[in-house]
Ligand binder design. Structure first.
Ligand SMILES: [Zn+2]
Length: 259
């Protein structure tokens, strides 16, 4: 029994980063370009987004580009071409921001929170630990309060694993950030899928248990890599990564979908 009918992978842009951002202490001389993904689920209980990409409007406004990116060391800036824009991809599927019922956030880094502001009617699900971290004042510059510290939003804070609906489960995978979480979904034909988000950017993070470059806790980050590997093995699941530049070229992208 699953409530999830279809999974769409949305390619929302690219980030240009030192390889050490993805692989801890490995590859400092290399610059790589990684995709920014978000995921749309067609369910019995409405449309669900898992992450929202970043807000391209901040890249096109010179003052915001400087304040949010260049002056804080996020240089070069991310790339979002028109065909990467989230709203345009939703429109190509025949829906818009107003049709999104629920938004689940893996964590609150800016490449995941950009379009929260365009869905003020939706239900937002984030981990309590992630919310506590942003309220602590210790969140670094790649958290953008202008994306999520907005009045009137319907936040649902969860502690650990949670079933959102049959066939759509959140599993806690902290370490990259304090409240990082991943999704395990069940599709009618494709079967089980794991959406690991930023537990590891690259497939090698999982095959070789290489830590991500950005972490708030190394022990948790390694445990989360192992948890994803264990779930994938146990369920014989298909693994989707948000930031792997090779994998993104091998899978179906929206408006195509997995059912
Ligand atoms: Zn990310």
């Amino acid at each position: 029994m699953t409530s999830v009918k279809r999974l769409f992978v949305l390619l929302c842009g690219f980030e240009i980063i030192p390889k050490t951002v993805s692989t801890y202490n490995i590859g400092a001389r290399f610059i790589i370009s990684v995709p920014i993904s978000a995921y749309l689920l067609d369910t019995d209980q409405g449309w669900v987004l898992f992450d929202t990409g970043l807000d391209e409007a901040n890249l096109r406004d010179r003052d915001k580009l400087d304040a949010l990116y260049l002056s804080t060391g996020w240089d070069p800036q991310p790339v979002v071409k028109p065909h990467h824009e989230l709203e345009r991809q939703l429109n190509e599927i025949g829906i818009g921001f107003a049709d999104i019922a629920t938004v689940i956030l893996s964590h609150l880094h800016a490449d995941h929170t950009g379009h929260i502001k365009h869905m003020p009617h939706a239900k937002f699900i984030v981990a309590q630990r992630e919310w506590d971290f942003v309220l602590s004042g210790k969140a670094p510059s790649y958290f953008f309060p202008s994306d999520y510290a907005l009045p009137g939003l319907d936040w649902h804070l969860i502690d650990g694993d949670a079933e959102v609906m049959p066939g759509l489960n959140i599993i806690a995978t902290p370490g990259h950030s304090p409240g990082h979480q991943s999704l395990v979904i069940e599709l009618p034909n494709t079967g089980p899928c794991v959406l690991a988000a930023d537990v590891g950017d690259l497939m090698i993070n999982f095959t070789d248990e290489i830590l991500p470059g950005g972490m708030t806790d190394q022990t948790e980050a390694l445990a989360s890599i192992r948890r994803i590997n264990a779930v994938v093995a146990e369920k014989q699941a298909m693994l989707f990564l948000t930031h792997d530049p090779e994998l993104i070229q091998q899978i179906k992208l929206a408006p195509d979908y997995y059912d």
